[in-house]
Design a protein around this ligand. Structure first.
Ligand code: FES
Length: 175
């Protein structure tokens, strides 16, 4: 089996002039968050969570700024962040549909649900519709195994899902 090697060394980072890690965020973390941790490095995940909550995703530029803020290397930051699929390193649609693909949901039909969403929106998992409205992801256990299949639409958990319910939800989300 061949290993697939990512060409990370040639990653192009889109940049904007204004920082993502703004002086306001830095001040908030210096005053309220960093004092709770023994080291600055320990506050890495809270910083990245803040970026994602603020912007809806985690731009590479923001990770560079967080690395500077915490006196870490960019490699240390990207290493930690890419371990968690929760962090979105690409922009996502207004509605993020995340369907659980772990064992209980697999047994209860997640594949069929995912396939129907893919057909309806004409996207594959990991893709966003052209209008930027929907992103579809498949992810590991949502902790709702007893009520599988389960999916998140943005922050809302939907359990015991049927296609009829999911289609109804999707059809009724405002633009
Ligand atoms: S397996 Fe799907 S929520 Fe746990």
């Amino acid at each position: 089996m061949a290993w697939i090697v990512k060409d990370s060394a040639n990653t192009q980072i889109d940049r904007r002039t204004e920082p993502y890690w703004t002086p306001k965020l830095a001040k908030k973390f210096e005053e309220d968050i960093l004092p709770r941790y023994a080291t600055k490095q320990a506050a890495l995940l809270p910083c990245v969570h803040e970026v994602q909550h603020t912007y809806g995703w985690v731009p590479h530029q923001a990770l560079e700024e967080v690395a500077d803020f915490l006196d870490l290397s960019f490699a240390e930051v990207i290493d930690a962040v890419t371990f968690y699929e929760e962090f979105k390193l690409e922009p996502v649609g207004k509605y993020l549909i995340q369907i659980c693909r772990s064992i209980s949901c697999e047994l209860c039909g997640y594949k069929e649900l995912s396939k129907k969403v893919q057909n309806k929106l004409n996207i594959l998992p990991g893709e966003t519709t052209d209008d930027g409205k929907f992103t579809l992801l498949e992810l590991e256990c949502l902790g709702s195994c007893g009520t599988a299949p389960a999916a998140l639409i943005n922050e809302t958990l939907h359990e015991d899902l049927t296609w009829k319910q999911l289609e109804h939800e999707l059809n009724n989300l405002p633009d």
